[in-house]
Design a protein around this ligand. Structure first.
Ligand code: DX5
Ligand code: ZN
Length: 219
């Protein structure tokens, strides 16, 4: 399976959002990663519906929506209507995770569950068969530009072993601190989706960074 590159628009220049979206459209990237923060589940507020609507107007690739919000069940239908191709909710924010995952799937889009760095892979045992994506946070969510937490590599290997032993199609997405000096070991450990914010939008040549990460598949 080839890896999926998902630039995170949180690191884009919001004053030139259309320009940065066009850059991703023209690049080898696969998805747009869209981070929604509510100032409650995480200590930061990112952006809301009108901005996602604007993103969807120009984006020509799937929108991968990552909800870092409390009670995400209140907004699933809204983000679906705004063009999400996948929606991930945090396991720490969902007492009724099974219900919300099946609701997302009933809309015909991919359902993801996101895990904070301290949350064990073992918490997935009774939901892993139902999800399309596991987003393993490799930083504490809330801010772009943080350092990758190395322990994530063991979590990737552990999860990869479970997914392969059960013969599931579930994707492992890694979110936070992904950079040119660690993407190879992340993919080697068994990840499928790389979210990349600052290392793409902070680069002199974002196309080149995306193409380099994508080229791993051809090695
Ligand atoms: C962090 C977000 C990430 C963030 C990644 O809370 O979920 O998607 O944008 O940004 P970088 O790649 O800069 O760590
Ligand atoms: Zn994210």
């Amino acid at each position: 399976m080839t890896s999926i590159i998902a630039p995170s628009l949180l690191a884009s220049d919001f004053g030139n959002l259309q320009r940065d979206i066009e850059m991703v459209n023209q690049s080898e990237a696969d998805w747009f990663h869209v981070d929604i923060m509510d100032g409650l589940f995480v200590p930061n507020i990112s952006f809301g519906m009108p901005v996602v609507e604007a993103i969807n107007k120009y984006a020509k690739k799937p929108l991968d929506v990552h909800l870092m919000i409390v009670q995400p069940e209140r907004y699933i239908d809204t983000f679906h209507q705004l063009g999400a191709s996948s929606i991930s909710v945090h396991i720490e924010a969902c007492p009724h995770l099974h219900r919300i995952i099946h609701h997302i799937k009933s809309l015909g889009i991919k359902a993801g569950v996101a895990l904070n760095p301290h949350t064990s892979i073992d918490t997935l045992v009774d939901i892993i068969d139902d999800v399309d994506i596991v987003n393993l946070m490799s930083v504490n969510p809330g801010f772009g530009g943080q350092k990758f937490i190395p322990r994530t590599l063991d979590k990737i290997r552990h999860l990869r072993a479970i997914i392969d032993s059960k013969n599931l199609n579930c994707l492992i997405e890694i979110d936070g601190g992904v950079a040119l000096n660690n993407y190879e070991e992340i993919l080697h450990a068994g990840a499928n989706v790389l979210v990349a914010g600052n290392c793409v939008f902070g680069a002199k040549n974002p196309h080149e960074v995306i193409a380099t990460m994508k080229a791993f598949n051809r090695k």
